[in-house]
Design a protein around this ligand. Structure first.
Ligand code: ZN
Length: 149
């Protein structure tokens, strides 16, 4: 597939590829041949995860059909797991392409998060959790669903 016309952030290294390779520690909830689900250290909701293709692809526009299908299946499965684990009244799913859309990491990804008490999700500053804390969130999600990827 050809490159898109979108402007994506320029970074020396891809953070998501570094997490998948183990170069930088991060909580990987699960991983298959095509996709992985990460627990972000910037929790903008209750049980906020990131669903990514394993292959480095800058935006939604460069994904192939098998990746697209695997990603939406994983988004739906983890949304259901978040519903079971955290009993939130809403679940937000969002996906940004290009710097104009506020994409910050140039590797296609979907956010999935249970809503915060009394409102949706937090788009301002949030504290950065430790990997131990995001590991605990992953354990809570795994407790209700052990087959997400
Ligand atoms: Zn990448």
């Amino acid at each position: 597939m050809t490159e898109s016309n979108l402007n994506v952030p320029k970074t020396e290294r891809c953070a998501f590829c570094d997490y998948l390779s183990g170069r930088r520690p991060f909580t990987i909830l699960c991983r298959s041949e095509k996709i992985a689900i990460l627990v972000t250290r910037e929790q903008r909701g209750i049980g906020h995860v990131i669903v990514i293709p394993v292959r480095h692809v800058p935006t939604l526009l460069e994904l192939d059909a098998t990746e697209r299908h695997a990603l939406i299946d994983a988004v739906a499965a983890v949304a259901s797991a978040i519903d079971n684990a955290f009993e939130r009244p809403g679940i937000a799913v969002w996906q940004n392409n290009g710097t104009a859309a506020h994409q910050t990491i140039p590797h296609a990804h979907f956010h999935v998060a249970g809503t915060l008490p009394g409102r949706s999700t937090e788009f301002g500053d949030v504290p950065e959790l430790s990997v131990e804390e995001t590991d605990r969130i992953a354990a809570q999600i795994r407790e209700v669903s052990d087959n997400l990827c």
